[in-house]
Design a protein around this ligand. Structure first.
Ligand code: SF4
Length: 149
């Protein structure tokens, strides 16, 4: 069993290792529950969370927090560097966030599975926008939790 945790407000998740150790201890002592891994995930400023940020007046502050916490080591481990998202119709995206935002693979790399070319895709320029700060802030964030210590 793996646990996922993301903050309920406009702040970054805690350090994954420390949080995992705390949860392991508390869940074991209080409920006898054991688990394999706990992954912390940063809330991405898109979709419903973006709506929440805008409606609550937290957007500017949250984006500033993410940008100020930019971590080159986290940027080196973002999931778009080693995975690709394929939609039901074969369109290729750098990640599922870009897929949600309808930002397909760009800059001359194949944008459809029928033209799949691993060499070209490996060397593609990733399509980035402001939401990418969510992946690169602090310890970083991906579908497998934090990416840097
Ligand atoms: S949101 Fe940006 S940085 Fe994160 S995986 Fe997608 S393209 Fe990469």
């Amino acid at each position: 069993m793996n646990l996922l945790c993301n903050p309920v407000g406009a702040f970054l998740p805690p350090k994954q290792e420390a949080f995992e150790a705390q949860f392991r201890k508390e869940l074991q002592s209080r409920h006898g529950v054991e688990f394999n891994r706990l992954y912390t995930i940063t809330n991405m400023p898109i979709s419903r969370y973006l709506e929440f940020l805008l409606e609550s007046g937290n957007y500017e502050q949250y984006m500033e927090r993410l940008a100020n916490a930019f971590n080159p080591a986290a940027a080196a481990g973002v999931m778009c560097r080693y995975t690709i998202s394929v939609s039901w119709d074969g369109a290729l995206y750098d990640c599922d966030f870009n897929q949600m935002l309808d930002l397909p693979v760009d800059h001359g790399a194949p944008a459809h599975i029928r033209d799949f070319d691993p060499v070209q895709l490996n060397h593609r320029q990733i399509t980035t926008r402001n939401h990418c700060y969510g992946c690169t802030a602090g310890s970083g964030s991906s579908c497998g939790g934090s990416v840097a210590s």
